[in-house]
Design a protein. Structure first.
Length: 311
C-alpha cells in the first residue's frame, strides 16, 4: 500500500493485517461512536472475552499511534512477551486511549480514531503532532487487573517495613473480610503476571503482600476457612517463586505452611519435595514426593522428580 496506508498486524508491526491509513479507518464498516459526539470511534478487529476493563484498572496493553500520511507510527508501546502493567489515569493519560480501553475486553484488538479533543488538543504537540490533529490508534489489550480496591487499601501504606504489620491490622479493622480477600486476590494476580514475565523477585514481593494481608485474625470459623483458602493459593505461589529464585529453604518453609492448611495438597507436597532435593535432603525429598505420587500416580512432573533421586 502507499505511504500512510501500510498494513500492520497485531501490535502495530509491519505485515498482513489492516490499514493504518486514517481515511481507510473512517470508511470502515461497523465503526462505533463510543462517546456519542464522534470524538472517539472504534472498530473491533479481533474480539476479546470476559468483562470490560473497569475504571481505575491496571492494564497490560500494546498500542501504536498514526497520523494521516505517515507510514511509521508517531508513538508506539510494544514489547515482546508480556508488557509492563500500567495504571489508567496515571501511566495512561491520553483521554481517548483511556476511554477507549474502558470499552475493551481481554485479548481484544481494536482500531480507534481520536479527534483533537480526545487526543492532543488544538495546539497539538509540536513538532511531532500538528495542531488539531485527528489520530489513529491500534490497541491490543493483553490483560487487566481490577486494582481499585487494592489501590485504596494501600493508599496510606507506610514506607518502613517495621510499621507494615500494624498498618495491615488497622486496615483489616476498617475493611470487611470480602474486601480484604479481594485485595489479596488482586495482589496475587499482580504476582502471577510478574511471574509469567519471569520477574520472580517482584512476583515474590507481591505474593508476600498478599500473604501479609491474609495474616489477620478471623471472627468465626467460616471466616477462617475463607482466609485459609486464599492463603493456601498464595503460599503455593510463594513456594514456587522461591524455587525460581534458587532459595529452596524459603520454598520449603512456605510449602510446609501450605501443608498446615491442607496436608494432602499435591502441589505443596511436590514443591516441598523439589526444595528438599535442591538442599540435598534426599530422604526428606523422597517422603514428600512419594506422598504426592500416592495422590496423583500418573503425574509426570512428580514421577520425573522421583527419578532424579534414583540417579
Amino acid at each position: 500500500m502507499e505511504a500512510g496506508g501500510r498494513e500492520v498486524e497485531a501490535g502495530g508491526k509491519a505485515g498482513p493485517g489492516f490499514s493504518t491509513r486514517l481515511s481507510d479507518a473512517l470508511r470502515a464498516d461497523g465503526l462505533e461512536d463510543v462517546t456519542g459526539d464522534g470524538g472517539i470511534r472504534k472498530e473491533v478487529l479481533r474480539p476479546g472475552s470476559g468483562e470490560l476493563v473497569p475504571p481505575d484498572a491496571t492494564v497490560a496493553v500494546k498500542y501504536s499511534g498514526y497520523l494521516e500520511g505517515m507510514e511509521e507510527p508517531f508513538c508506539t508501546y510494544q514489547t515482546k512477551g508480556f508488557p509492563r502493567l500500567m495504571k489508567l489515569g496515571v501511566d495512561i493519560t491520553l483521554l481517548g486511549l483511556e476511554i477507549g480501553l474502558l470499552t475493551m475486553k481481554k485479548g481484544e484488538l481494536a482500531r480507534f480514531i481520536f479527534t483533537p479533543n480526545y487526543a492532543y488538543g488544538k495546539q497539538g504537540c509540536l513538532p511531532l503532532i500538528p495542531k488539531n490533529a485527528t489520530v489513529l490508534f491500534i490497541v491490543e489489550l493483553i490483560d487487566f487487573i481490577d486494582s481499585a480496591d487494592s489501590d485504596t487499601f494501600f493508599a496510606l501504606a507506610p514506607f518502613e517495613l517495621k510499621f507494615w504489620y500494624f498498618f495491615v491490622q488497622e486496615q483489616r479493622a476498617i475493611f470487611p473480610l470480602q474486601k480484604v480477600l479481594k485485595v489479596a486476590k488482586v495482589e496475587r494476580e499482580f504476582g502471577n503476571y510478574l511471574f509469567h514475565k519471569q520477574c520472580f523477585e517482584d512476583a515474590k514481593d507481591r505474593y508476600k503482600r498478599a500473604y501479609s494481608i491474609l495474616s489477620c485474625s478471623s471472627k468465626s470459623e467460616a471466616e477462617q476457612r475463607q482466609i485459609d483458602a486464599s492463603k493456601l493459593l498464595v503460599l503455593l505461589n510463594l513456594s514456587i517463586a522461591y524455587l525460581k529464585l534458587e532459595r529452596p529453604a524459603q520454598a520449603l518453609m512456605y510449602g510446609e505452611k501450605a501443608l498446615e492448611i491442607d496436608e494432602g495438597n499435591v502441589k505443596a507436597l511436590f514443591r516441598c519435595g523439589q526444595a528438599c532435593l535442591r538442599m540435598l535432603e534426599f530422604e526428606k525429598s523422597r517422603d514428600f514426593l512419594v506422598r504426592a505420587q500416592h495422590r496423583e500416580p500418573f503425574n509426570q512432573d512428580i514421577n520425573d522428580e522421583l527419578k532424579k533421586l534414583e540417579r
